[in-house]
Write a protein that binds this ligand. Structure first.
Ligand SMILES: NC(=O)c1ccc[n+]([C@@H]2O[C@H](COP(=O)([O-])OP(=O)(O)OC[C@H]3O[C@@H](n4cnc5c(N)ncnc54)[C@H](O)[C@@H]3O)[C@@H](O)[C@H]2O)c1
Length: 249
């Protein structure tokens, strides 16, 4: 994916971004939309990216950032998007799964930001993360994931405060149900995948699943100059799922 638009135009002209988990789903759409808007993008992923990256590893995040800086001549933006579901109630999840779920979904953001910070602080920059609607509202059977994503939301606010003196903005996007290989995998694991898909589609007042581009467009906005006064925000993009429920008596 290491690519950029040649005419130098677009809402993200001058942006040099590392997108973690950018080989699939939402991250892939972010990388594609960023390039459409004139950004230069390096994708880091467990497999299939421009650079091999495991966000659970300090060494790996440092290598990926170093490589991104070398290949793009700098770094203005990180999109901490890598993540995975962690299914099961707390009593079903053992300590290894708890640790790995947090490592992937929360510590991965910390490590990526930590490695990128000196570069972002050089000329100001943007930290963007993929949290989740499940970082602001709970659901059954996903305690580890919800706790990790809530951590991403709060980390974003802390980074906004700590980053402001350095010209660093930090924001995250909270997607609702988005049609990606991750969601497809969860639906397929259900006893009745067709019924599960219908239920997932009906959760949001808008009555449809999101598509990766819905989320990527929010990232484009948050990465762009249009959002130059926006920091510490958890932007919900969920078809109204988090707004509440209709109570028809
Ligand atoms: N799909 C949804 O409905 C939804 C909703 C809310 C939040 N999210 C979040 O969006 C993000 C992207 O999810 P998606 O739905 O596009 O899933 P996806 O499975 O399609 O893509 C996730 C990508 O992250 C990569 N990845 C996983 N663990 C990694 C690691 N340790 N190091 C580096 N890369 C790793 C995977 O290889 C994959 O390419 C995740 O953080 C997820 O929690 C998804």
């Amino acid at each position: 994916m290491h690519a950029h638009r040649v005419d130098g135009l677009g809402r993200l002209a001058g942006t040099r971004a590392l997108v973690t988990g950018g080989a699939s789903g939402i991250g892939l759409a972010v990388a594609q939309r960023f390039v459409e808007e004139g950004a230069e993008v390096i994708v880091g992923d467990l497999e299939g990216g421009d650079v091999a990256l495991d966000v659970r590893s300090r060494e790996s995040t440092e290598n990926a950032v170093r490589e991104a800086v070398e290949r793009m001549g700098g770094l203005t933006t990180v999109v901490c998007n890598a993540g995975r579901p962690v299914l099961g109630t707390l009593d079903e999840v053992d300590l290894d799964e708890w640790n790995d779920g947090l490592a992937t979904n929360l510590t991965g953001v910390y490590l990526t930001v930590k490695a990128a910070w000196p570069h972002l602080a050089e000329n100001g920059g943007a930290i963007l993360s993929t949290a989740s609607i499940l970082g602001v509202m709970a659901t059954g059977g996903q305690a580890v994931y919800c706790a990790a994503k809530a951590g991403v939301v709060m980390l974003t606010k802390c980074l906004a405060i700590d980053g402001a003196p350095h010209g660093i903005r930090a924001n995250c996007v909270c997607p609702g149900m988005v049609r990606t290989p991750m969601l497809e995998g969860i639906l397929e694991q259900q006893p009745d995948p067709t019924a599960a898909r219908a239920a997932a589609t009906a959760f949001a007042p808008m009555g449809r699943l999101g598509v990766p581009r819905d989320i990527a467009d929010a990232f484009v906005y948050l990465a762009s100059e249009e959002a130059s006064f926006v920091t510490g925000v958890a932007l919900t993009v969920d078809g109204g799922l988090g707004a509440g429920k209709e109570f028809n008596l």
